[in-house]
Design a protein around this ligand. Structure first.
Ligand code: ATP
Length: 222
């Protein structure tokens, strides 16, 4: 499969802030799953967690700066622009309509996948996209240890072969190994709040943006 019909990866997240764990996830997914590219979709108001520490416009801009040098990465601002709670299923409905029958692969870390059964209309996700799950340090992922209803929904969908993603627009679940990076946005925020360095945890333009706007300091504005 070539050109426009190769699968398109989708990476949603709070990106509060974006870091090298996200970037390696997207880059290694692109290689491992033979994706045409990865569309980054920063959440506006994520439903499953406390409000992000900084405003959507800042998080969006940091993602833009982080991915700017990679022609395989694009940024989708629909969730940050909407001002409403961001539901992945709503975004996938939109992208499915936009992309026709092209395979879509919703990318996520193992921690996010373990919580999938709490997402709005989560069973509908399988009809809209494939799911590509990246290993994440500290998170064990085996079918036996999945929450029961998630394991049941995944039965018959798990595939070790990434080529399976090209044979249908949606519905497979593929795990892929990525370079283990125990970087999290929480860690980055905690270091910044403590006045510690975050150099080499995220791209320099993002670090400079954080400095310029005084984000994540103990006394920052949102
Ligand atoms: P926080 O620490 O605030 O919970 P986070 O670092 O997990 O944030 P998110 O924006 O919530 O970042 O994550 C977006 C997606 O990237 C999720 O699917 C998450 O599992 C994945 N991800 C983030 N960091 C890593 C990492 N170091 N390795 C693998 N996957 C990651």
């Amino acid at each position: 499969m070539s050109g426009p019909d190769r699968p398109l990866g989708l990476l949603g997240g709070t990106f509060d802030p974006v870091h090298y764990g996200h970037l390696r996830l997207a880059e290694e997914a692109r290689e491992a799953l033979d994706l045409a590219g990865v569309r980054w979709i920063p959440a506006g108001l994520p439903p499953h967690r406390p409000a992000p520490r900084v405003a959507a416009a800042h998080r969006l801009e940091m993602v833009r700066q982080a991915v700017a040098a990679n022609p395989a990465f694009t940024v989708d601002d629909a969730e940050t622009a909407s001002g409403e709670t961001s539901y992945t299923v709503t975004t996938l409905d939109r992208l499915r309509a936009e992309q026709g029958s092209r395979p879509l692969v919703l990318l996520m870390g193992a921690d996010a996948f373990l919580g999938l059964a709490t997402w709005r209309r989560w069973r509908d996700l399988f009809a809209l996209a494939h799911i590509g799950v990246a290993t994440r340090p500290g998170v064990e992922l085996s079918l036996e240890e999945l929450p029961a209803e998630l394991a049941a929904a995944c039965a018959g969908r798990l595939d070790g072969n990434p080529d399976a993603l090209k044979t249908a627009p949606a519905g497979r679940v593929v795990q892929f190994a990525m370079t283990p990076l125990a970087i999290s946005a929480s860690l980055v925020r905690a270091r910044l709040a403590a006045g510690l360095s975050v150099r080499y945890l995220l791209p320099d333009p993002v670090r400079e943006y954080i400095d310029l706007h005084h984000l994540y300091r103990a006394t920052d504005g949102r």
